[in-house]
Design a protein. Structure first.
Lengths: 258, 417
């Protein structure tokens, strides 16, 4: 594949960057630097935090040309998530929405069943729906049928920086689901982001790994490089797969004559 | 009993004084504090039993430095680890505990710090809690804001930029009924994005009504989890009933509230046992109601009007910091609130380690926000304060100070949907 054609496509929109930035855990004045060093084109924002009156508003810190990905954090069921998504659109945050539905305040694990319901409703309303989910193949297939634009399985519990604890199950999603698989939550180091990309993930999302770093812009840059390297390796790997499928010089069936 | 808490006002009638002294001196004259009064709902819950059995068997002197090291080496903090971290053996490890706590706080909350302010709407009280400034025998100016005064107070606070408010009352069902509080909360929703309450415990149907009025967060302090000590401190009134208070948060969650907060008032009794019980109370609530947001506070006793001898006993800042680090390591996801009972220096430090929420622009008096916020006297007299605060910073000052500390002040993190 021509490198320049390697785009991430979400709901008909094309992106060059495969690094999605979270925004909730570090100061807003760092957002601009984070976006720049990360080379990010998509940044999430919690709708529940956007509507402050006079003080700092995250919307004021998002550089132009960046796609906002409002999330429904705080929603405990499909109904609440749907209402938050509609509010985000009314606030002018665009048509993208990341669905986060949690009924667990300790681990913040997503509720797949409610997420499928919300995805179906919002996709019908024209949203580009990106659901955060626990990597379960059946749930992922239901999300595809519900009209999701991507599937966002968690690598580890959110905020844990533990890396690809669910690696085997994410690989199954990558192998079986025809939508972009974006690894979300739990990625703590650039090497882990690189590994996810080598597996064939379409993109990686990270927030805590940057927020807890000593130097946020440098860490953002390290992630960008790791994600690019992982993507290149994955594309290069595709070549190896094709080679493996071709006939070796000493063919096992070379003796066949007629 | 600590007789230093007893103060007789010269304005009390002879009959009132007689009753007060009888309550203070003759335990037989007091009602059974473990028995529910008429109208108090009883729920079927095993949380209290679990918390109290852990607390009673907690022998904090039995823990050693090795137990603390082991606790700090574990990725997940068990109840046994928590006990070690709350013990005197952990005091020499305070810096290590703070490092671990800071990491957990950063992982779960990033660099955010939530700001809010309390609004006392009435200070009438029917209880005799001997350490509290609002107690019914204390000679203070009593006041209950009417809806017009309430709206004015809320406007003044909202104008300062505050978006989350905590509505508080003294504990008087007759003077400040549930409907009055509900109306106040409806009004508060006009001016604030998030409304919490810290009022007397009520039944599930009443919490449901308050939730419909816009309340989403319920704070109740158990004061002390040692029910025998509780009996000696809460001599009269509804508040005397210890188990009804213990179950308040659970009733609130059953009524659909999003979150609850609680704690002992540190210094009333053995603070290490009370800290363990506070943490476990919230821990078991979250296990039973996994969707609930839970939060711990850490109030220490403060001097009150007419009685300056009330102090937090042996809970000094080092101990308080130890408890908060232990809470954070045990429950990384739990909100931790530090009030203006603590000093500016302490609060600036602890938000970088464990606390996630601090109040600002605080008055614990009634109806005095305008004079406190703008210096303008409105001619009417306010009601006296519940206790003396320590950190007097305004919202703006707090916002700027938190930003200067490298933190991200958040005024609202919730959306009513």
């Amino acid at each position: 594949m021509n490198k320049n054609d390697d785009k991430l496509i979400l709901g008909g929109h094309e992106f060059n960057s495969r690094f999605i930035l979270g925004s909730g855990k570090y100061s807003m004045k760092l957002i601009e630097a984070a976006v720049r060093y990360a080379g990010a084109e998509i940044i999430t924002l919690a709708v529940r935090r956007t509507n402050s009156k006079e003080n700092e508003n995250i919307l004021d810190h998002i550089p132009e040309g960046i796609t906002l990905l409002p999330n429904t954090s705080g929603a405990r069921n499909a109904d609440e998530a749907v209402r938050i998504a509609r509010l985000a659109r009314e606030l002018g945050c665009g048509d993208f929405v990341k669905i986060e539905i949690m009924r667990d305040s300790k681990y913040l694990l997503p509720d797949n069943q409610e997420t499928i319901k919300a995805t179906e409703i919002l996709a019908k309303e024209g949203f580009v729906v990106m659901p955060y989910m626990y990597p379960d193949l059946n749930a992922a297939r239901d999300l595809v049928n519900a009209g999701a634009a991507s599937v966002m399985p968690l690598a580890s519990p959110i905020g844990s920086n533990k890396g690809l604890s669910t690696k085997d199950f994410i690989q199954i999603l990558i192998d079986e689901i025809d939508l972009p698989i974006i690894v979300d939550a739990g990625i703590g180091r650039p090497s882990q982001a690189c590994e996810a990309m080598e597996m064939g993930a379409a993109a990686v999302m990270s927030n805590t790994a940057l927020a807890t770093a000593g130097d946020l812009p440098s860490m953002a840059e390290a992630f960008r490089q790791a994600i690019e390297a992982g993507r290149k390796a994955y594309l290069a790997g595709l070549g190896r797969v094709l080679t493996r499928g071709a006939s070796p010089s000493d063919s096992l069936t070379g003796f066949l004559r007629d | 009993m600590d007789n230093k808490y007893f103060v007789d006002s010269d304005k009390l009638s002879e009959a009132a004084l007689k009753k007060k002294h009888e309550l203070e001196n003759n335990p037989e004259s007091r009602t059974n504090h473990m028995e529910y009064m008429n109208g108090m709902e009883q729920i079927n819950s095993d949380i209290c039993g679990k918390v109290i059995s852990e607390m009673k068997s907690y022998d904090y002197d039995s823990y050693t430095a090795a137990d603390v090291r082991s606790a700090l080496s574990h990725e997940n903090c068990t109840v046994e680890d928590l006990k070690a971290l709350l013990s005197p053996a952990a005091e020499p490890f305070l810096e290590k505990m703070a490092e671990r706590a800071r990491l957990e706080t950063q992982k779960h909350f990033g660099n955010t710090v939530y700001l809010f302010t309390p609004l006392y709407i009435a200070n009438h009280c029917e209880n005799y809690c001997i350490y509290c400034g609002f107690n019914c025998y204390n000679d203070i100016k009593r006041m209950k804001l009417d809806m017009k005064q309430l709206e004015h107070e809320m406007q003044v606070i909202a104008d300062s930029g505050m978006e989350e408010i905590l509505i508080l009352t003294g504990e008087s069902r007759s003077k400040s009924g549930v409907e009055y509080i509900g109306e106040a909360c409806r009004l508060a929703r006009k001016y604030f994005k998030m409304v919490g309450i810290e009022i007397y415990p009520v039944n599930t149907d009443e919490y449901r009504y308050l939730h419909e009025c816009g309340v989403d967060y319920v704070t109740v302090f158990q004061e002390t989890y040692d029910s025998d000590r509780y009996e000696q401190l809460h001599l009269m009134g509804h508040k005397r009933v210890w188990p009804y208070r213990f179950e308040a948060q659970e009733r609130a969650l059953m009524a659909g509230m999003r979150g609850v907060a609680g704690s002992a008032l540190l210094g009333l009794s053995d603070f290490r046992k009370d800290a363990l019980a506070s943490a476990l109370h919230m821990y078991y609530l979250q296990r039973k109601y996994p969707h609930a947001e839970i939060s711990l506070s850490c109030p220490r006793l403060r001097p009150i009007v007419n009685n300056e001898t009330i102090n937090p006993l042996d809970v000094h800042e080092r101990q308080l910091c130890q408890l908060l680090c232990a809470y954070r390591i045990f429950m990384p996801f739990c909100g931790i609130t530090v009030s203006t009972r603590e000093s500016e220096t302490f609060r600036n430090g602890i938000v970088k380690i464990a606390a996630t929420k601090v109040s600002a622009g605080v008055s614990t008096g009634i109806g005095d926000h305008e004079s406190k916020y703008t210096g303008k006297e409105n001619g009417s007299e306010g009601g006296d304060e519940q206790f003396e605060i320590n950190d007097v910073r305004s919202l703006k000052k707090m916002y700027d100070d938190m930003s200067d500390e490298g933190l991200q002040p958040v005024l609202n993190d919730y959306l009513y949907v």
